[in-house]
Design a protein. Structure first.
Length: 292
């Protein structure tokens, strides 16, 4: 009888022990729970570090190249920079106005002002980054002194860049402009043209391509770079203290009200960094001059 009782008690104890073991197996260990919490926290931290995107339009050189140099700096601030390249001076502003872009980088302030007037837009500057000296480059004629009567000179056809080209021609004694016209100069303001120069107005992006057909061409700095022209080879360039140099700095343009947004402030900060300044100075050798 006692043996049966002892056997029964042993069986009950065994069943109880098995039940405890099963519960322990079904319940996560403190180590597993800690790992689960750690993984969850890691995923949350990873999500918080996702980069925000800034979409910016730019002409290829030097603007898109400078933006590429700014990318690593911006990433440290939590932003990914998506660069959309354009080969004209109209579409980048149209795309910015219609909110396809967050900003653009290709123009100077006088051009932006003129664009706003002509297209009834309200784009503004968020900051000046650099200026590109205009240059007079040789086509069929190797020097300015050798220009013959009636020589052909191509210049940009948009209002602000044409004025800049005319000022450079005047600075080199080729023409004389009406007094006081400054950055608003047009062909109609030429009061003296002793060599009867044939000044041909061409879309800015195409001026460098006319060199084989004209005696000399006055080329925007960025398009000169794209065409493989070097500042050192120019027959004449804008003086760094000239009205043009101080007026025509290239800017970051944005929609009115966005210039103080976190994203745009981060963009400007990155573009004004030491890393970008060193890139500009080492790559362009005076063809692009930092404004900071």
């Amino acid at each position: 009888m006692k043996k049966r009782i002892l056997l029964a008690l042993g069986l009950v104890s065994l069943l109880a022990l098995a039940g405890c073991t099963k519960k322990a197996a079904d319940t996560p260990s403190s180590e597993s729970a800690t790992e689960s919490v750690s993984e969850s926290a890691s995923e949350s931290a990873s999500a918080s570090k996702e980069l925000k995107t800034i979409v910016i339009g730019a002409t290829p050189a030097p603007h898109a190249e400078i933006l590429e140099a700014a990318k690593p700096v911006l990433q440290e601030e939590g932003y990914d920079l998506k660069i959309v390249e354009y080969n004209d001076y109209i579409q980048p502003n149209v795309a910015l106005d219609t909110k396809e872009l967050d900003a653009n980088y290709f123009q100077h302030y006088p051009y932006l002002e003129n664009f706003n007037k002509e297209h009834n837009t309200t784009l503004v500057s968020a900051g000046a980054i650099h200026y590109e000296p205009f240059g007079i480059y040789a086509g069929k004629t190797a020097s300015l002194d050798a220009l013959a009567d009636g020589a052909k000179i191509s210049v940009p056809n948009d209002a602000t860049n044409e004025a800049r080209a005319l000022l450079l021609l005047e600075a080199n004694g080729l023409i004389k402009l009406k007094e006081g016209v400054g950055i608003n100069a047009t062909k109609q303001d030429i009061v003296e043209n002793p060599k009867n120069l044939d000044i041909q107005e061409i879309e800015a992006a195409q001026v460098a391509r006319t060199l084989q057909d004209v005696d000399v061409a006055v080329v925007n700095g960025n398009y000169a770079i794209e065409a493989g022209l070097k500042v050192g080879d120019a027959l004449a360039i804008e003086d760094s203290k000239s009205l043009a140099a101080t007026t025509y700095a290239n800017i970051i343009a944005v929609r009115a009200g966005d210039e103080k947004s976190d994203a745009i402030l981060a963009l400007i900060k990155a573009l004004e960094s030491d890393a970008v300044k060193k890139f500009i100075e080492s790559k362009y050798n005076g063809a692009v001059v930092p404004m900071f």
